[in-house]
Design a protein around this ligand. Structure first.
Ligand code: COD
Ligand code: ZN
Length: 375
């Protein structure tokens, strides 16, 4: 009944950095060719949404609808959309998969030339927006915009998932869970019996830990300056947890002693370049791999003695856990349905769109892992 018509609904609008979001009446235009209009059912609040509000992302355009970790149901599709239909359950993708560009056609990459991960454009692929509020256009965020009852997505930014998937859980597969889990199983390719250390035990670090465990790692050491994070990390599979502040010697030396001279795999899930350096040094000199997962400030630099690499270490990184989004998100949902991993440990709070600012406060205070908003 709504297909082809403008939908009037509620959305949380970001007006600028350091300002609370406000719930507004917005208009969502119908999808154009190769676009899909989706009713959002649930969305997580991720650190990157807060980066926009803190002002850390300087080229962001306002007003905007943030949110990129959602799940919903297709309301209508534009001309030429073949693989999606009204009623399909979907996850919006902040890394598109056009299937045609250099990255998409290379099995070693999961990025896509059509991405809007920065410098930010804040519009759909045709360089317009389907949102208006008070007569003015509203920008998109990360090709997704999930803090709204309805959003419009380019079809290359949509994954169709299992009809029975619980949207209020699998929304985490849209960002945080997949980023961490894939860093372990795809980017590092953690092997059975190996030793791992995860620096930073927030939602992303805990998801890395789940990946290490699923991959069969024998030793998984959690590293965090906040010991309150240790109980949950142990629940999810950490065999040991250590606080760098409890030791006089550098933490990489402590970790080397705990792992026969160095770890097979380490993961930086904080975004701190000093920690990236110690995570690299904590790996074994001849066969260790360190993965950068955290996003560091734009001007920050990692310092590496080339000898650290020459002896055989590997330093790598990936966005969205290396997953090719449209191909792999449905498989991740299938793995979740088959109980290969559990998402409950990551969900600490549930709330509603009108309480979104409280959700951000919980994240800023470090009190939540993930807050999921029911839309
Ligand atoms: N040593 C050890 N632990 C530390 C230190 C330190 N020096 N500093 C902070 N920590 C701990 C904190 O106590 C906290 O427990 C943890 O590190 C960080 O957790 P959170 O909850 O702040 O963060 P997450 O897990 O939600 O996400 C952090 C990332 C930095 C991984 C995330 O923001 C990010 O940058 N993601 C990667 C970029 C990306 O993929 N972006 C695309 C869209 S999101
Ligand atoms: Zn995110």
């Amino acid at each position: 009944a709504t297909a082809g018509k403008v939908i009037n609904c509620k959305a949380a609008i970001a007006w600028g950095p350091k300002q609370p979001l406000t719930i507004e009446d917005i208009e969502v235009a119908p999808p154009k060719a190769h676009e899909v209009r989706v009713k959002i059912v649930a969305t997580g609040i991720c650190r990157s949404d807060d980066h926009v509000l803190s002002g850390a992302i300087s080229d962001m355009k306002f007003p905007a609808i943030l949110g990129h970790e959602g799940a919903g149901i297709v309301e209508s599709v534009g001309e030429g959309v073949k693989n999606l239909k009204p009623g399909d359950k979907v996850i919006p993708l902040f890394v598109p998969q056009c299937g045609e560009c250099r990255c998409c056609t290379n099995s070693r990459s999961n990025l896509c030339d059509k991405h809007d991960i920065g410098p930010y454009i804040g519009l759909l692929l045709d360089r317009t927006s389907r949102f208006t509020c008070k007569g003015k256009p509203v920008y998109n965020f990360l090709s997704t915009s999930t803090f709204t009852e309805y959003t419009v997505l380019d079809e290359i930014c949509v994954a169709k998932i299992d009809d029975n998937a619980p949207l209020e859980k699998v929304c985490l597969i849209g960002c945080g869970f997949s980023t961490g889990y894939g860093s372990a199983v795809n980017t590092a390719k953690v092997e059975p019996g190996s030793s791992c250390a995860v620096f930073g035990l927030g939602g992303v670090g805990l998801s890395v830990l789940i990946g290490c465990k699923v991959a069969g790692a024998a030793k998984i050491i959690g590293v965090d300056t906040n010991p309150d994070k240790f109980a949950k990390a142990k629940e999810l599979g950490a065999t040991d947890c250590i606080n760098p502040n409890d030791y006089k010697e550098p933490i990489h030396e402590v970790l080397a002693k705990m792992s026969d001279g160095g770890l097979d795999y380490t993961f930086e899930c904080i975004g701190n370049t000093k920690v990236m350096e110690s995570a690299l040094l904590a790996t074994h000199f001849g066969c260790g791999t360190s993965v950068i997962v955290g996003l560091a400030p734009a001007s920050a630099r990692v310092s590496v003695d080339p000898m650290e690499m020459l002896t055989g270490r590997t330093l790598k990184g990936a966005l969205f856990g290396g997953w090719k989004s449209r191909d792999d998100v449905p498989k991740l949902v299938a793995d979740f349905m088959a109980k290969k991993f559990n998402l409950d440990g990551l969900i600490t709070h549930r709330s509603t769109l009108d309480k979104i600012n409280e959700g951000f406060d919980l994240l800023r205070k470090g009190d939540s892992i993930r807050t999921i908003l029911q839309i």
